[in-house]
Design a protein around this ligand. Sequence first.
Ligand SMILES: Cc1cc2nc3c(=O)[nH]c(=O)nc-3n(C[C@H](O)[C@H](O)[C@H](O)COP(=O)(O)OP(=O)(O)OC[C@H]3O[C@@H](n4cnc5c(N)ncnc54)[C@H](O)[C@@H]3O)c2cc1C
Length: 486
Amino acid sequence: MGSGPAFGWSHMKTVVWFRRDLRVRDNSALYEATSEKGRAVVALYIITPEQWQEHDDAPAKVHFWLENVRELKTELEALHIPLLVRETKRYDQIPRLITKLMAEVEADALYVNAEYEVNERGRDEAVRAALKKKGGKFLAFTDRVILAPDAIETGGGTPYTVFTPYRKKWTEHASESAPSVLPRARKQEKMRGISSDDVPEKVRGFDFTSARPDLWPAGESAAKKKLSRFVKEKIEGYDDRRDFPAVAGTSTLSPCLAAGVLSPRQCFEAARDANNGSIAGGRKGIATWISEIIWREFYTHILYSYPRVSMHRPFRLDTERLIWNESDELYDAWREGRTGYPIVDAAQRQLVQTGWMHNRLRMVTAMFFSKDLFLDWRLGERHFMQNLVDGDLAANNGGWQWSASTGTDAAPYFRIFNPDSQSARFDPDAKFIKKFCPELADVDPKKLHNVAKFTPLERAACDYPEPIVDHKRARERAIDAFKNLK
Ligand SMILES: Cc1cc2nc3c(=O)[nH]c(=O)nc-3n(C[C@H](O)[C@H](O)[C@H](O)COP(=O)(O)OP(=O)(O)OC[C@H]3O[C@@H](n4cnc5c(N)ncnc54)[C@H](O)[C@@H]3O)c2cc1C
């Protein structure tokens, strides 16, 4: 330990600072802290309203976080670990808050699970330095992902930028040394003098009226149950059903993974066990689902290795020369689900109403935004973040840059989805469209999959807008813009 005015208590404690790892099971920082004999553990959660607003964290997501912190408090109390809840506006005030708090509770060690975004890394480095000055210890564990983002690299020692070889290497690595789900954290002796704080119902600057706890119940038990049910009932059919938004074919576990109510290890292990220990082969549905977990790891690897993607910059720097359209009218129509393309509108309304969007539709609507409307993908990325209950910088940025063809392993710029054919292929009976665009309930699905055949008169009859763009012409314009970069 470093020098300085050391924390000097006879019975030192460890503080476990929870961030996006809101669970007691399979939590590396908590497990390690509680495994150390003779040390008591105190838990901490910090609310940072201004920082969250700056990061465009959605009110629905912040609500989901707080609900989970409440559940976490109960789970921690069963282990006799008090949860302290503090609030400060921004990350830069955290080093001071933590050193003060650690002195108050007589702790000299802080354990966390590592986070990889630029601001979060900066915050943690500042906390580490502040603690070091006081002779305190800061330990960060790999927990948000299965393999640390710098654990695997290409033969040339560089980060991977293409998914398929990354997945191959990841699979080899994980087959040999994937960490297993951890044993339960140890229950400690009852602690005198420190008791848990209340978890606030409100956070300044966030309006929780859009939150949907009916769709996204909080707590580890609910998350674990959802995972078990998915693995038992749906995972085998995942490959065939995952692209159809009207079918409940995916796990919908993303909010739990994003908030860390569930660990990726728990998901990976449950799937691998159901696949008789196989990661890449075996049952197709299971292997495909594991591959999605690896996409999550891949985008974290990219975010960590190329910090510019955290800072509103494209991975492909040449695409900074693209001149995007500037149109509030087009942007608002897309945001509000009034583009005249039923599949896009239904998707956008699903996002706003539920805080979640089906993966196929995220690709369709992000590509429509960046290619058909030729609007700056960063605006679309931001709107998603401001509404998603599962908003995660690495995955959201990765998905947007994939769709806009500005990213690492992005869709080639000339392969632009046709919203009509995506709609016909993945929502053939227009069941999904009709659920979120009820004004289209009586329209023949064939017309909903063919904007040209859905006449202005018919549109007017159901109070549904004209298409705001002609796909064919927009496609050519987007391709030309990318070609001109060369
Ligand atoms: C434009 C765009 C934006 C996106 N934004 C986010 C986001 O903010 N947060 C987020 O978690 N996912 C995001 N995704 C990825 C994906 O759409 C969601 O993870 C998925 O729809 C969540 O549903 P699910 O839990 O049923 O997934 P499942 O199909 O059951 O997959 C299991 C888990 O794997 C992970 N996963 C699946 N697909 C991807 C992917 N392409 N990239 C990274 N991780 C993946 C998720 O954690 C997911 O919960 C985005 C994709 C696109 C195209």
